[in-house]
Design a protein around this ligand. Structure first.
Ligand code: GEK
Length: 240
């Protein structure tokens, strides 16, 4: 279904929520909104395959409709591991389970309806947060990243994708303009783009790339690489 949530001029803009309405249009929304989203998903499955360890867990934190989990599940068949897909939106998890019902893959996925701040993270070789940390309250991010580090096995990785902003005003404005231009070319009207932006204020809180790298380092990650950057969206891989 096409995302027309912010199409009407006279809707009052409410803070963004991952509710039934969003779930219905989510695949269209995310593909038309995040630059390089399909590439990000497919390369995460490549990295998942590279770093998965036998008898370990793979976590997909903020799984939405399971794009990351399903891509990894298909790519790394025949390896002994378990995927744990977590989201705190009931509508998302319900739809995600439904999407998985007809699949006959060898790797099982546990769908967990919970806040990622509350779950246990253990015996993990790969942890993915694909555009989820940005929705976590700023003051909780340090503790979450530390728990992720502690839940990873030696040799494990965190794959972290985020919307970011830049210190340099010109760079920041240029990247935002390019992102919005992409959205227009993908069929969003200027008013829709402005409406979505308003509803995400204080809900999606981006940080600078440097702030992410600093937090990862302080949590214990020895080395973090930016493996993808497109406009104001980046994805990093942090190594334990
Ligand atoms: C994808 N990774 O398609 N606990 C659990 N889930 C949460 C929390 C939380 N505290 N906060 C937000 N979420 C996906 C895309 S979307 C990104 C991730 C976006 C969930 C929220 O319900 C939503 O499903 C997801 O994180 C963020 O690769 O829409 O820009």
């Amino acid at each position: 279904m096409k995302d027309t949530i912010y199409r009407s001029n006279n809707i009052s803009i409410q803070p963004f929520e991952f509710n039934e309405g969003v779930v219905g249009v989510f695949p269209d929304m995310i593909e038309r909104s995040i630059p390089g989203y399909p590439l990000t998903i497919s390369m995460i499955s490549v990295m998942g395959d590279k770093f998965v360890q036998a008898n370990s867990n793979i976590y997909d934190l903020g799984c939405s409709l399971g794009a990351v989990s399903f891509a990894i599940q298909q790519t790394i068949q025949n390896k002994k591991c378990r995927i744990v897909a977590v989201d705190n939106s009931e509508a998302m998890i319900k739809k995600c389970c439904k999407n998985n019902a007809h699949k006959k893959e060898s790797i099982e996925i546990d769908f967990v309806l919970n806040d990622i701040l509350n779950i246990k993270i253990i015996n993990a070789s790969v942890i993915v947060m694909n555009f989820t940390l940005q929705f976590i309250p700023l003051e909780e991010r340090k503790r979450l990243i530390k728990r992720i580090y502690e839940g990873l096995l030696p040799g494990g990785v965190l794959i972290l994708s985020e919307k970011v902003f830049f210190n340099d005003k010109n760079e920041d404005e240029a990247m935002i303009k390019l992102h919005h231009h992409m959205k227009e070319l993908n069929g969003y009207e200027k008013l829709e783009i402005a409406g979505k932006r308003k509803s995400l204020e204080n809900v999606l809180v981006p940080e600078k790339i440097e702030s992410h790298l600093d937090r990862l380092k302080k949590a214990g990650f020895e080395n973090t690489l930016i493996w993808l950057k497109c406009f104001n969206f980046v994805s990093m891989i942090a190594f334990k």
